[in-house]
Design a binder for this molecule. Structure first.
Ligand code: H4B
Ligand code: TYR
Ligand code: FE2
Length: 561
């Protein structure tokens, strides 16, 4: 949806700081979920100001249309939906007039020409180029007819004047006072004419309201999402609640040198652009010493407490000399290692990212990794993700092909998802990828990254203190959590496979109205919205099937020789 309003909205947020700081929000928040909500709020406020700006422009440019049909200019008095809550009242569910309450603002006599959100989007879409202006648009109009069915003739004639084609027409007695009937008209016409048609109808006294209602192809309901791996340059919004500067409980809060170092390393992430090699950091002796302490403890505990897949991948990282006790691995080396094993790569992150941005990168097999090191005073648990967490917690499983595939699926499911679905998705992510436990030969094992990177929390999780519950995505996804202290609840899957399987199946029940697919050759996410695209894919899969069938045949032939 390359619509200008959405694009502009996004540009306004292509910032390198947290929403929280820039908006004077309290620095310390209780959970990622709360931050996601806050993010939603700020995006809505921005959307509203974008709309207001566009409306002001429409007013400035004057309304005297060349197409005035009745020669009478009145306040449009329409009952434009408000945008405060980000949802337009849409009483044409499923494309039909529903019995729903129609709203109570029909009596407004606002002299301003008020564009609805849908119209701003349509106008922006039309203004992109002369071709875009002439592009044929499907749209639905809701008209409030004051004077009975006689107005229908006028509607149809006006549509005809603008070379529109009526595809559907439906009426009902109106529930609004002063309005006899509501008409829902679906039309197909050029965008520019559609805009003119709306203006023209609004200028007639016969209508108490003329609204363009949402049709998916001009709707802004789908949030912007990255389409290419390079778009991840815009997906680095931070939540700074646990930064040493702001969090009094952060082990580095009182340590000026630590805070300085943390900032210096974050600068690398701020400057990073798609395609750059990840700059290496010459870690200080104290930083390497912290790594060494954690690394050696993980080595001790891993054989007994980590799941099998983690241990296998860990071994490979040791064999490649990337995991050594003496010094912190460089992200560029880790990224190259992952690329060879599962196609995952890393990009540097300046701190804790918003769930939406973090998950979006997984869709491209990109893992956003912090590069700074936790404070030397608290090697066994830290309140914000650091490179020891990413390296010892996440990296081994990202080198496992099945887990890599699974991670990408979560990422793909997050693209364009609603805020409430992002909340649920990140909650399940939290209780599995970050803090998951599973059974392996009747024994409890850890596969969650925040357990494997925090010896303190690992031992807590395996003690008799916390509550253990069976992992069920439907209930897990709505379990509130905090991220300041050890978790009081952990979810246990029947096996590591079972965790992936259940999570994956639950993800497929998400309500997004379109499917996406990642094309590894172009590093692009494609929305599967045309027969052409699907046919190309089917052709590719058929070719692949042919090769696989041949391979089976060849193996069988050699067996019988
Ligand atoms: C998706 C979910 O909220 C998850 O906990 C994310 C949030 N942001 C992150 N940001 C960074 N840098 N590293 C992480 O591991 C995470 N985890
Ligand atoms: N607690 C983890 C780090 C971490 C913090 C916050 C997170 O959201 C994730 C991981 C550790 O000590 O290793
Ligand atoms: Fe993490």
């Amino acid at each position: 949806m390359a619509v200008a309003a959405a694009q502009k909205n996004r540009e306004m947020f292509a910032i390198k700081k947290s929403y929280s700081i820039e908006n004077g929000y309290p620095s310390r928040r209780r959970s990622l979920v709360d931050d996601a909500r806050f993010e939603t709020l700020v995006v809505k406020q921005t959307k509203q100001s974008v709309l207001e700006e566009a409306r002001a422009r429409a007013n400035d440019s004057g309304l005297e249309s060349d197409f005035i049909q009745d020669g009478i200019h009145i306040g449009n008095g329409d009952n434009s939906p408000t945008v405060e809550d980000g949802t337009q009242q849409d009483d044409t569910k499923n494309g039909h007039l529903a019995d729903a309450d129609i709203g109570d603002d029909a009596g407004k006599t606002d002299e301003d020409y008020t564009l609805t959100e849908e119209e701003v989007i349509l106008q922006n879409a039309a203004s992109e180029s002369p071709e875009a202006e002439q592009a044929i648009q499907q749209a639905a109009l809701l008209l409030r007819m004051r004077d009975g069915m006689g107005s229908l003739a006028r509607i149809l004639k006006t549509i005809d004047n603008y070379k529109g084609c009526v595809q559907h027409l439906e009426t009902r007695p109106s529930q609004l006072s002063g309005v006899q009937f509501d008409a829902l008209v679906k039309v197909s016409m050029s965008r520019i004419n559609l805009l003119q048609l709306i203006r023209s109808l609004r200028q007639s006294t016969s209508f108490a309201g003329v609204n363009l209602v949402s049709e998916n192809n001009i709707s802004s309901k789908t949030p912007w999402f990255p389409r290419h791996a390079s778009d991840l340059d815009n997906c680095n919004h931070l939540m700074t609640k646990y930064e040493p500067e702001l969090d009094m409980n952060h082990p580095g809060f009182a340590d000026k040198d630590y805070r300085e170092r943390r900032k210096q390393i974050a600068e690398i992430a701020f400057a990073y652009k798609y395609g750059d090699p990840i700059p290496s950091i010459s870690y200080k002796e104290t930083e390497n010493a912290t790594w060494q302490r954690v690394f050696n403890t993980v080595l001790d505990l891993m054989p007994k407490h980590a799941c099998k897949e983690y241990k296998i991948a860990f071994g490979k990282l040791q064999a490649a000399n990337i995991f050594v006790p003496q010094h912190i691995p460089q992200l560029e080396d880790v990224s190259n290692f992952l690329r060879k094993h599962t196609g995952f790569t890393l990009r540097p992150a300046a701190g804790l990212l918003t769930a939406r941005d973090f998950l979006a990168s997984l869709a491209f097999r990109v893992f956003q990794s912090t590069q700074y090191v936790r404070h030397a005073n608290s090697p066994f648990h830290t309140p914000e993700p650091d490179c020891i967490h990413e390296l010892l917690g996440h990296i081994p499983l990202l080198a496992d092909p099945s887990f890599a595939q699974f991670s990408q699926e979560i990422g793909l499911a997050s693209l364009g998802a609603s805020d409430s679905e992002i909340e649920k998705l990140s909650t399940v992510y939290w209780f599995t990828v970050e803090f998951g436990l599973c059974k392996e030969n009747q024994q409890l094992k850890a596969y969650g990254a925040a357990l494997l990177s925090s010896i303190g929390e690992l031992l807590h999780a395996l003690s008799d203190k916390p509550e253990l519950r069976p992992f069920e995505p439907a209930s897990t996804s709505v379990q509130p959590y905090q991220d300041q202290e050890y978790q009081p609840i952990y979810y246990v899957a029947e096996s590591f496979e079972d965790a992936k399987d259940k999570f994956r199946r639950w993800v497929s029940t998400m309500s997004r109205p379109f499917e996406v697919r990642f094309n590894p050759h172009t590093e692009r996410v494609e929305v599967l919205d045309s027969v052409d695209k699907l046919e190309t894919l089917i052709w590719q899969l058929n070719t692949e099937m042919l090769h696989l069938t041949n391979a089976v045949k060849k193996l069988k032939d050699t067996q019988f020789e």
